[in-house]
Ligand binder design. Structure first.
Ligand SMILES: Nc1ncnc2c1ncn2[C@@H]1O[C@H](COP(=O)(O)OP(=O)(O)OP(=O)(O)O)[C@@H](O)[C@H]1O
Length: 397
């Protein structure tokens, strides 16, 4: 039988090494941040109650990878030293558990994961869930580090962030100690916390800057060596992936995605080496994937507003004022049999789309009589947006 599958091309030695969830054997180019982290958590291995830590930096700059490495190192070190209490770390991603209540349930269930206890279900009162969490922490009779990744998604209240650091002072736990490690892409989250929570959660702050091209080359060299068969990459591929990612967001994730996608391009072409042309093709694919993912996260009307700017850009009528855009938007909403939102809401959507990197906002000030207003233009490729919205069509629009 003839099937659509290609013969296997042996470019990957271990494809998993280029997947996002892969935990690197070694952390590269983050010595300074690791030192700061070690200083912040030194008290744990010295037998004192640890400080809480707030880690921030843009997406893909190694916050999660370094935190996991630090937690492993801490657990290892505490095991290795005489007279030091055991260390348990537990990680929850607040993107998937966006309220204090949900995050607390997830933490209890993570902690119960390696015991015989049944998982908690929803329907319990907040104080029952919190008490279950204190019980789990107390049962460890040691130091428990609670890692809250993407902590800025905790959108309801500060309950968990207020209660956890005070658990010992308030007598909720006695034989254990607890510290919170909060990780965020968004520094403004810190400033929006109530002063009491800010003081405790941000006792130690560690900033992760974007990577430069040289640092990304080191990270990619390391990954490529483990992921790919030898001789697969031609000379310029890694520097090119590194330079493109450094110029854009300085994200290791973006650089690794580019490398993986470049290899895929060569494999689909049934070639045995990857070239710089493959990187060019990969850039468009990765960008399209990124746009598609972010578009999926927009509300339906957010997508209509983006489509309105896109159509205006294709007609070569951008930068455009919100007022002029409104009619295009209203027509699109009508096409989808949806009542248009108010002008004010469309303004808010334009603002959000600018913050998310879809649009560029220009502040026009024509002085007395001319007025002050914003104009918008597309900051991503129009064709890519159209393709992505067409793909998302079935699911959302
Ligand atoms: N210094 C590094 N050495 C090796 N690999 C790294 C390094 N920094 C990041 N990576 C890899 O890059 C990818 C993204 O890193 P990570 O998830 O830690 O970023 P992040 O800052 O937590 O991003 P986000 O805020 O989006 O979660 C992962 O695959 C990670 O293994």
């Amino acid at each position: 039988m003839k099937t659509p599958f290609r013969d296997r091309v042996e470019l990957f030695a271990n494809k998993d090494v280029l997947k996002d969830h892969y935990e690197p054997e070694e952390i590269r180019e983050r010595d300074e941040e690791i030192d700061q982290y070690a200083n912040a958590l030194q008290d744990v291995v010295d037998g004192w109650e640890p400080d809480n830590v707030f880690v921030y930096g843009k997406t893909g700059v190694g916050k999660t990878a370094v935190t996991r490495y630090m937690m492993d190192a801490l657990e290892y070190e505490a095991d290795d030293r005489d007279g030091v209490d055991s260390v348990t770390s537990v990680e929850v991603n607040c993107h998937h558990h966006p309220s204090s209540y949900q995050a607390a349930i997830a933490l209890v269930n993570e902690l119960r994961g390696d015991t015989d206890s049944d998982p908690l279900t929803t329907g319990l009162s907040t104080s029952d869930v919190l008490n279950a969490l204190f019980d789990e922490i107390e049962a460890r009779e040691g130091t428990v580090l609670i890692v809250l990744d993407e902590i800025d998604n905790l959108d309801d209240d500060d309950m968990l962030l207020y209660q956890l650091p005070r658990a010992k002072t308030n007598g909720n736990i006695e034989d254990s100690q607890v510290a919170v490690v909060g990780i965020s892409n968004d520094y403004t989250f810190r400033n929006d916390l109530s002063p009491k929570v800010q003081d405790t959660l941000c006792e130690r702050e560690i900033k992760f800057p974007p990577y430069d091209a040289n640092e990304l080359v080191t990270i990619l060299d390391d990954r490529a060596e483990r992921a790919l068969s030898s001789g697969v990459l031609t000379g310029g591929v890694i520097p090119q992936c590194a330079a493109l990612a450094a110029r854009d967001r300085g994200s290791a994730r973006q650089a690794i995605d580019l490398l993986r996608e470049s290899v895929n391009v060569a494999i689909e072409d049934e070639r045995e080496t990857v070239t710089e042309d493959d990187v060019e093709t990969a850039v468009r694919r990765v960008e399209r994937g990124r746009i598609k993912d972010s578009i999926k996260d927009l509300t339906t009307h957010g997508q209509y507003v983006l489509l309105a700017v896109t159509q205006t850009a294709i007609a070569d009528d951008t930068p455009v004022r919100a007022k002029e855009l409104y009619e295009v938007y209203a027509d699109i909403a009508a096409e989808y049999a949806s009542d248009p939102l108010s002008q004010r809401s469309v303004h808010d959507h334009l603002n959000d789309l600018s913050m998310l990197g879809f649009l560029r906002q220009h502040d026009r000030n024509y002085g007395r009589g001319g007025g002050q207003f914003f104009e918008y233009e597309l900051d991503v490729d129009a064709t890519m947006v159209q393709e992505a919205i067409a793909d998302a069509d079935d699911a959302t629009v």
